[in-house]
Ligand binder design. Structure first.
Ligand code: 13P
Length: 320
């Protein structure tokens, strides 16, 4: 009951936010979008009103593909820094804006390029697979990137057997369990998913015994083991749509529940824990998007040498 109340309050809040001020921002954003020939991309974890406003809402893989393919001149990226950076790596001729410059990813910040170079020296025979939740410099120093949606495919596409996987240890352990490769891990983690514990899943299952449990592969293996499926955020959306089940326990950032509910009004979605909130993903509001388009800020700039090398790792992933 408490869980339900929190969930509804969360979304009622979002709806009540659609005040006249918000309507003004939405109109301003629409005008500026035309003027700047801009497209708005938003990650599935963004605030509901940002998702509703965006031209495309998706997971990391989906968004990087879209960023590479669009003919817009400006991309306003409503997500976190590494996502906007990936768009800038793939589309150097476009201006990529991140509306709030402090919107970083704690996981991506858990490895520096200097640390990666050192680890590579210690493991010269290993192929470096880097999760997209990483900086452009780290991507530039890696052989190939992957997202949570294509990690298994990327790892299986490699002829080499020994993988140095950075920076997310948990996604690495999940990929190791699904492939026949030998992994060397980096001790990085997503604090939001790391806080989800087996006891949270057990409690949610007790409250909703008929629900399917879907978790993100950034969770601990002990959590994934208790779930029915582990998917990227788009994977969860696809599964929920196709599944005959009517109830789902969701083990990822709560922002995705907006889209799940919108696309499946006849189904129920329960957060596996009320703590699944990434504060960085919530920093972007309508006001910031309007100001971003008006003042053309904050531009993502990457040194060309780094960008070219990072692009190779991303292109290699997109080919897979
Ligand atoms: P997805 O690619 O599954 O949307 O995940 C992005 C992310 O950063 C998860 O924390």
């Amino acid at each position: 009951m408490v869980r339900e109340a929190i969930k509804d309050e969360y979304y009622d809040d979002a709806l009540s936010l659609a005040s006249s001020i918000d309507t003004q921002y939405i109109e301003k954003i629409r005008e500026l979008k035309k003027k700047r020939k801009a497209i708005i991309l938003a990650h599935n974890y963004q605030r509901p009103e940002i998702q509703d406003l965006a031209d495309l809402v998706g997971d990391s893989l989906d968004l990087s593909r879209k960023a590479a393919a669009t003919d817009a001149e400006v991309i306003v990226f409503c997500g976190v820094h590494f996502m906007a950076e990936s768009a800038a790596i793939l589309s150097p001729e476009k201006t990529v804006l991140l509306p709030v410059k402090e919107a970083g990813c704690q996981l991506a910040e858990m490895i520096t390029v200097q640390e990666l170079r050192k680890k590579k020296k210690e493991n010269p025979e290993a192929t470096v697979v880097c999760y997209v939740n990483s900086s452009a410099e780290v991507k530039a120093e890696s052989d190939i990137c992957c997202t949570s949606a294509n990690g298994i495919g990327v790892v299986n596409s490699l002829k080499e057997n020994r993988i140095l996987f950075v920076p997310d240890e948990h996604l690495g352990r999940y990929l190791e369990s699904k492939t026949k490769k030998e992994f060397i891990f980096w001790k990085g983690f997503c604090p939001t998913h790391y806080n989800l514990l087996p006891k949270d899943i057990l409690r949610a299952k007790e409250e909703h015994p008929k629900a399917k449990v879907l978790v993100h592969p950034e969770c601990r293996l002990s959590v994934i083991d208790l779930a029915d499926e582990a998917f990227s955020t788009n994977g969860m959306l696809e599964y929920a749509k196709k599944s005959e089940a009517k109830e789902f326990i969701i083990g990822t950032e709560l922002g995705i529940i907006h889209r799940l509910k919108k696309e499946n009004p006849d189904k129920n979605f329960y957060p596996a824990s009320e703590n699944l909130i990434c504060s960085s993903m919530k920093l972007i509001t309508l006001k910031e998007v309007a100001e971003s388009l008006e003042k053309m800020r904050y531009k993502i700039e990457i040194p060309e040498e780094v960008r070219k090398k990072a692009k190779k790792s991303l292109d290699r992933m997109l080919e897979v």
